[in-house]
Design a protein around this ligand. Structure first.
Ligand code: ATP
Length: 371
């Protein structure tokens, strides 16, 4: 689904020119953002970029210094946190230790004095959704970390909030459990047809769970797009380098015919071809960026058309199990990285330390960065 293609579509949530100052410090800086119904949206950025503050303003725990937040077109200014139809799940998903999993989940509904039968039905619905039917009677200390996490999720969802707000919900889990829980979150979001907003500093997590990601830095959104667009068409050098690894070569545009652009890299003393849409003009400074997995290594110079090839020397090889990362020295002051899949169990190295090699990539593989 992509309401982004329909300018008439009303967003579920809209931040309009939101700023937040703490004294003279600007935590969120004139930021605008639309989130649509049933979207899984991630606010991604390094510690201190303002993502939690943005979420806390939506939840009503913090007042914006400027700007407004809308829910289905209604201004939320002045609506207290407990009257907003959201639920926030924190990193420390404090469950009541003396209550069973089922009672923990039921608690919010009991406070609302729903009929007992209705509560029971909804609690079981949630227990089954998070696959904990057999654990209803257990107290939190009798559950594993992942199970506690799922009880906390069920508790956040049982009141059917319009948006579930997740503040680094998986930070306390180990890698394997975190990856499993990410898949469960996605499943849950799909089954409940709900809108999720997650705050995370973990780029892989954002890429895995989200339909759209807002990459943040210094209180601003640098790019709001799908994970694929953010990875393949980063809007700036910061975004390109924040998400995954990327080789960046500074240069100047020497020719341009529609999407066919030629960049001169002074550090390599070479012209490089790239096919990419860019507003940059001939004479502009621009960087050519290529992901390491899109680079190829060979002992002979490749002669295919539409391929850039530059000579270099193998400087270092980092063995990662599934792949090896080759660091190739291509100039006195520049090394580039190429990722090579280890397809055989015996990691034979046809290319090894100190070899003179060719590093090549297709003109379609590159990206032009102007900011
Ligand atoms: P983290 O992942 O570390 O939580 P974040 O991107 O979520 O980082 P925020 O918590 O939104 O960042 O904080 C943004 C900035 O605002 C930080 O520099 C923080 O120190 C500052 N800040 C947040 N809350 C307050 C406050 N109540 N008073 C003063 N400064 C604050």
């Amino acid at each position: 689904f992509s309401p982004w293609d329909d300018p008439g579509e009303q967003p579920l949530i809209e931040f309009r020119n939101i700023s937040k100052r703490f004294g003279s410090f600007i935590a969120v800086d004139n930021l605008s953002l639309k989130i649509f119904k049933r979207e899984f949206h991630a606010l991604l950025g390094a510690s201190g970029c303002g993502k939690t503050t943005l979420m806390r303003m939506l939840a009503g725990f913090e007042e914006p210094s400027e700007g407004r937040i809308f829910l289905e077109g209604q201004d939320l200014t002045g609506t207290p946190a407990h009257k907003r139809p959201f639920n926030m799940m924190f990193q420390s998903y404090a469950l009541f230790p003396h209550m069973s999993a089922a009672r923990n989940i039921a608690f919010g509904l009991e406070m609302e004095r729903l009929p007992a039968l209705e509560i029971k039905k909804r609690v079981w619905e949630m227990l089954s959704l998070v696959r904990l039917e057999g654990f209803a009677k257990r107290k939190p200390h009798q559950l594993s970390g992942g199970q506690r996490q799922r009880v906390a999720l069920a508790r956040s969802l049982v009141k059917r909030p319009k948006v579930l707000l997740l503040d680094e919900p998986l930070a306390a889990l180990d890698k394997k459990l975190r990856e499993n829980t990410q898949l469960e979150l996605m499943n849950l979001q799909e089954q409940m047809r709900m809108t999720f907003l997650i705050v995370t500093h973990d780029q892989e997590e954002a890429m895995t769970v989200a339909d759209r990601i807002s990459v943040m830095d210094k209180g601003k959104i640098l790019q709001n797009a799908t994970p694929g667009e953010i990875y393949e068409q980063p809007a700036s050098r910061f975004v390109a380098e924040f998400i995954g690894d990327i080789n960046v070569l500074d240069g100047q545009i020497t020719t341009k015919q529609q999407r066919n652009v030629r960049i001169f890299s002074s550090v390599l003393g070479a012209h490089l071809d790239v096919r990419y849409s860019t507003p940059a003009k001939v004479g502009d400074s621009a960087a050519l960026a290529v992901r390491p997995e899109k680079m190829r290594l060979s002992l002979e110079k490749p002669e295919e058309p539409e391929t850039n090839a530059i000579p270099g020397e193998v400087w270092d090889i980092a063995y990662m199990g599934d792949v090896s990362i080759y660091h190739i020295k291509v100039a006195e002051t520049q090394t580039l990285r190429a990722i090579v899949a280890n397809t055989s169990r015996l990691v034979e190295r046809p290319i090894t330390w100190d070899d003179q090699v060719w590093l090549s990539w297709d003109s379609d593989a590159g990206v032009i960065l102007t900011r």
